[in-house]
Write a protein that binds this ligand. Sequence first.
Ligand SMILES: *Cc1c(COP(=O)(O)O)cnc(C)c1O
Length: 395
Amino acid sequence: MSQQEDLEYQLDTLAIRTGHTRSFEGEHGEPIFLTSSFVYENAAEAAAKFSGAEPGNIYSRFTNPTVAMFEKRLAALEGGERAVATSSGMAAIMAVAMSYLKAGDHVICSRAVFGSTVSLFEKYVAKFNVAVDFVDLTDLDAWKNAVCPETKLLFVESPSNPLAEIADIQALADLAHANDALLAIDNSFCTPVLQQPLKFGADLVVYSATKYLDGQGRALGGAVVGNHKLLEEVFGYVRTTGPSMSPFNAWVFLKGLETLRLRMKAHSASAQKIAEWLEAHDKVEKVYYAGLKDHVGHELAAKQQLGFGGIVSFEVKGEREGAWTVIDNTQFISITGNLGDAKSTITHPATTTHGKLSPEAKAAAGIREGLIRLSVGLEDADDIIRDLSHGLDLI
Ligand SMILES: *Cc1c(COP(=O)(O)O)cnc(C)c1O
């Protein structure tokens, strides 16, 4: 489908039809081009392709037809002009940092981001003399106070992990633009099905495709989405430094996108049911899910998102012992840090994903010992509830 036609189709159609131009073989399914390089009829054609005078593939670190299909499809779903795929979500975030920042620049990042994102800025990007400040996601004044003339990038994950706090994307976009800075949103938890940050003024959307875009826990990948001008920088960085997506993984994600809306709807419906059940349970102290009416971010999430997603966090009585009792007594829910899978997964943030934080940092981030994070999968919601009951009943 051409760019023009794309605009006329709804998300479900774009998710299934965008990106694939049939080859001379007439294949129905998207082909996997497992090839590192491409060949030419003659030296003149090679010269034209290499110089850029003629469009076409050269080498799969630069472009690959299967990866290009995934990029076109994701960009269409997100309402962006272009996407660049990367080898992982972290590679996508690093690509954003390396494409738009230089020595002397300043970044403001929400505090409750993926753990490796904190290290990426503090330990690696900082080596190039780029300063970073971490602020509370929901505290707009803190963002305003952190802005200085050197601020070039605001980086946000919303909803946050694991407490599902919600950032006001429009307000942060306005703040960034008033300072000639860019706003990048890590949209891995919502996907374009539940949230399209570009519509609220964000400049860049970043993905760990490893999570819901795949949806079945098979492959690592990432992507950056935005307009042509911004994405040309990311493309240049990726093709030169090499964190490109494998064509095989791109094919896995292409298939994932076809069922993304159905899956996100099912994840969200089950998560809502489970969150409501947990809220009423006498062994549960607090539930963090933006779909619950008394969640602090409920109204903002309802305005910004088309659903509340599949991640439910909750605090049980009995501190760490209580949390571990629930986790250890599940029968089928997988004990693993990954999320966004058809299989439900459960984890104890205080001793796993957030285990390296100091006690003070944990307290500031609201990561208490009784906290459990559940990624609600596509199993029957009542079965998931029963699996959580085994341990809750023992507390
Ligand atoms: C997993 C994750 C990442 C990192 O992605 P990888 O594909 O593991 O590199 C970044 N952001 C969020 C929100 C994630 O959940």
